[in-house]
Design a protein around this ligand. Structure first.
Ligand code: ADE
Length: 223
């Protein structure tokens, strides 16, 4: 998979993707990530990319010309163009899985009060929000999407099976609590059942715990 990100903050996008699992996946050729400076497509002598909203209103909007030029330079036949915006569809694990099947993602990051709507209408296939809160810009959100998608690609994780039994694989259930050694830490002990070696009972216990945790932390998921 190839991912191109167009942003005012390329280094913000790349920093969280330049360590650990994602960095190794990139080095192994599982995913290729390129972050581009939007200002490189500005034709303004001051490299401006924003202007005030027509009809008034607060803040500044990203102008259409640099975004159109960026998309026209980077888009291929197989490209899915994604715009990071708090007005978008909410990013969930199922959507991460769907996007991991794409061969080329071109991610545009909003900034200021957003982007000129002609960009959305003419260029964007998917408007994407990482949650119901407003970030200062889309670069952090784009990095979140890249991380969640890249780790699902074959070969990204050491053990390809591990994304399957984690929270949100079953769309309505969180993971059961997990423990490692020492068995007794400051008097807090690992539940006996996990040491019993009885796989059937352990599986049943995990299911019950997963349900209890879901009801406690995410009642919206069990509705
Ligand atoms: N830009 C600002 N806030 C955002 C959000 N919640 N998701 C995606 N992009 C954003």
């Amino acid at each position: 998979m190839r991912i191109d990100v167009v942003t005012l903050f390329p280094e913000v996008v790349l920093a969280p993707l330049s360590d650990s699992v994602i960095q190794r996946a990139r080095q192994a050729g599982v995913a290729e990530v390129h972050a581009h400076q939007l200002r490189d497509w500005s034709t303004d002598k001051h490299r401006r990319v924003d202007d005030t909203p027509c009809g008034g209103g607060p803040g500044m909007l990203l102008k259409p010309e640099p975004l159109f030029a960026a998309v026209e330079a980077l888009r291929r036949e197989d490209t899915l163009v994604v715009l990071m915006t708090p007005q978008g569809r909410t990013f969930k694990q199922a959507l991460a899985r769907e996007l991991s099947g794409a061969s080329h993602l071109l991610i545009l990051c909003g900034h200021y009060e957003g982007v000129d709507h002609r960009v959305v209408e003419a260029l964007v296939d998917l408007e994407l929000s990482i949650g119901d809160y407003v970030l200062t810009n889309g670069a952090v959100a784009a990095a979140v999407v890249c991380d969640a998608v890249i780790r699902l690609l074959p070969g990204a994780l050491g053990d390809d099976a591990s994304p399957l039994d984690e929270s949100f694989s079953d769309p309505a259930l969180l993971e059961a609590p997990a423990y490692t050694r020492p068995i007794d830490f400051r008097g807090m002990t690992v539940p006996d059942i996990l040491l019993s070696g009885h796989h059937g009972n352990i599986a049943r216990w995990k299911r019950e715990q997963a349900l209890a945790r879901t009801r406690a932390n995410r009642p919206d998921l069990s509705e």
